[in-house]
Structures are given as C-alpha cells and as structure tokens.
Design a protein around this ligand. Sequence first.
Ligand SMILES: [Zn+2]
Ligand SMILES: [Zn+2]
Length: 475
Amino acid sequence: MKDFGLNIYRPTRPGQQWARLTALGSYREVGRACHYITTNESRVMVDVGVNIASDTDPMPYFTAPEALPIEKLDAVVLTHSHLDHAGMLPVLFKYGYKGPVYCTPPTRDLMLLLQTDYLKVSGAEGKRCPYDMEDIRTCMKHVVDVNWGETTQITPDIKLTFSNAGHILGSSAVHLQIGDGKHNIVLSGDQKYEKSWLFDAANTKFPRVETLVLESTYGASGDYQPSRQEANQELQDIVSRTLRRGGKIICPVFAVGRSQEVMIAIDELFRSGAVKPVPVWLDGMIQEATAIHASHPDYLTSSLRKSLLQDDGENPFTSAWFRPVKGRELRDSIIHDSSPCIVLATSGMMSGGPVMEYFKHWAHEERNSLCFVGYQAEGTLGRRLQKGFGEVPMVMNGKTEIVKVGCEMLTIDGFSGHSDRRQLLEFVDQINPKPQNIICHHGDYFKCNELGRTLRDRYKCRTYAPKNLETVRLM
Ligand SMILES: [Zn+2]
Ligand SMILES: [Zn+2]
C-alpha cells in the first residue's frame, strides 16, 4: 500500500503532456477486452479479459511493446467482473505485476467467483488455464475497491471516477481525468441504457468527456431488442403454456446478471397470481452469485434495495419457490420426477455445466420447453438449437450421444444486459457536452463501423473502429 502511494505521488516529469490509447483486445471482436492508456507520465490498463470463444488465442496482446515490461504498469482498472473483461487479470500477477487493481466492491466479489469457476471448468474440460488459484489469491490482495462517485488519484496525472453502467452488479463506466482535466476519457464498459428489475439505466452525467470508448455489441442497424415489459409477457406466456400441458421449463442462464433478472421476473409472475407457483430449481453457481447481489444493496435499484433491506417477506431472492440444487443426487431426482417445474441452470450458452443434464433428459418431450434469455455465440450448442436443429450430438461422460429435440423452443431477447442500437444512440444523445472522439469496440468490424458512422453523421465528432494493436492519440 505504501509503495502504491509513493508511486502515485512521485514527482512529475517536465515537458509536453500527451495521452494515447492502444487497443490490446476486444477491438473488432467480442472478448478479451483490454485498453492500454499511456501518457507522458503513466501507464494504465483498463480491463483484462479472456477470449472465451478461442482456445488457441484467449489472451489480450500482452506482448505489445507498449505493455512491456509489465512491472512498468502503474494501475489496472476494471469495468466489471465478466470473464471477457476480468478473466485474464491473474495472469498479470503471474507475469510479475505488483500494482493496484481498482474496481467496485461487487466487481471484486463476483470476479473471485468467476475466475475460480473458470479455473475449475478449464480443468474439468482438460484445457490448460494460464493461471492457478495462487495467482487469483495474489490478485485479490492487490484490489483497491472504489465506490461509484468517489474520485481517486491513481497515477501522478490521472484521476479515476466510476459510475453505474447498468449491465451487471457493480458494472461501471470508467471516467479518467488526465493531466489536471486537460483530457477526459470515458470507457463505457458493457452497458445498458434502460432501467431493469435489478439496475438503474447507465449514468450519462459526466463532468466532461473529450473521448468516449463505447461498446458496439448491438450497434448495427437492425439490432433492436424488445423492451423489458415485452420480455416479461413472453416469459409469462411460455411458463403458463408449458405448465398447462404438464411440462417442464429449462432456462440456460449466465450465473451473473441474467439469472437474477429472470428470478425476479418469475417471482413477480407467481406473487401477482398470474401463474400458479411451481418449484424453481437453481443449479450451478446461481445461488452464490445471488447471495453477492443481496450483499451489495447499494448497487441495485432503490425499490429492490428497499425490499432486500426491509426483510418483510418481499425479498424476491428468498421466495419459497426458489430451491438450490446441491449435489448430483438431488439433480437426478429432479430429472426423474414427472411433476412440472422450472430449472435455471448454467452455462448460459449450453457449452457445458448442469444445464446439459436436464436438456439431455427432457429435450425429446413435446410438453417441455427450452427458453433462452441470453446471447448465444456462434459455434455453441445454444446457437445450433436456436437455428432449429432437430437432433444434436452431445458428449456425455466421454461418449457422444444423439439427442432428439422435440420440446418447444423460445428465445426472449428483452432480458439482455447490453444496450441495443436505439439505447446506444440515446445514451450518446444524453451526454453533454458531446465527446470530440468516439472509439467503438466490443463488436465485429461491421457493427463498430456502422455505429461509428451513425454517430459521426449525427454529432460531427471523429469516430474510430481501430483494430487490435492500433493506437489512437488522445492529446
Ligand atoms: Zn459483460
Ligand atoms: Zn463484454
């Protein structure tokens, strides 16, 4: 800690001030988010993600000359805990980084859960994880947690302020004030500019922004999602329909974000009497992630915070219908029980995890339903099912089996934690004064480019969709 302090308040160098941003990952792609900011005084890395879709190339470009040697890095800042933003952080410590990691308290807690799980899952699938539990522990010791709205000096010439990004618990936009406010850069992280059951819409009030780095996941024309209200209606319809015919509902979910959102929506359906309650089984890390949500009420919407704190039976996370699945025995008995129920299970893209067991046993029956609530990446089983494959091969216990798909299938897009195109444009519209530069990333080239073009036409600003390893000069 003392060393961090001495480093931050070291004497500054004379001469001209400058700043630039180098793209080390997530540029023209989704995955391995990593931004490297260099100034005449300091070096800061924002996000250190994994590329989940690639077994051969999972890391950001740590070998770029700017990033070396790693000990010269002054600070790491994280937007949120998802693996594509924080999953490679322990690698920095393995390679000799000894400095601070700035993030919000919920990001710290969720990151530990997700990195540990990544290590476990890699091991179970026979892949080599580039770090071990010891590296995760070292990394945790270097975390400095910072709440939304608190401004912190992180290097001699950079001040950091986090604010709500609306995406998952603790997710933040990173505002960096460089050189006494000469240049201000906001990195939006993954963000949602719509109020959800869990979070308020992303913050748009920044004191000043000269450069905005914006996600482009749904940035192309035609990337529109239905509203939360429509999503709830769709969920109600499929739940009622399936239960009426005595079936079961499988919902593949991501442990962090979507599962809590869907839990609250189901809770609402049962409480309001719209649907008669049935058991809702939670399988695979959802319980742990939900407990972390409940322990950070300040990072949730005010109404959810109230119901969590009052403890008057209104806490949606502890309703009697939610039941954790602990152990294989219970899972087997649920699978072979014929009564209707709902299962929320990981992984969200059906690339492994307990959801596979339920699917394997229930997919052939017409009365059952498979309900997707999150993004299904190309190449995953989830995406193949969405495309309507009637039979799918599944590797179970080392053997490949063909599973026939007879159940109803539905994708509900409105629970997304990312802004759609309309929300991205509205978000920029609310920022005042407008940024002079907008850098688009976290989307393929087509999405980044199309979003950038629209923003350039509208606001007469400079827009960029750099490639990984390219550098943009900020001042
Ligand atoms: Zn994310
Ligand atoms: Zn992301």
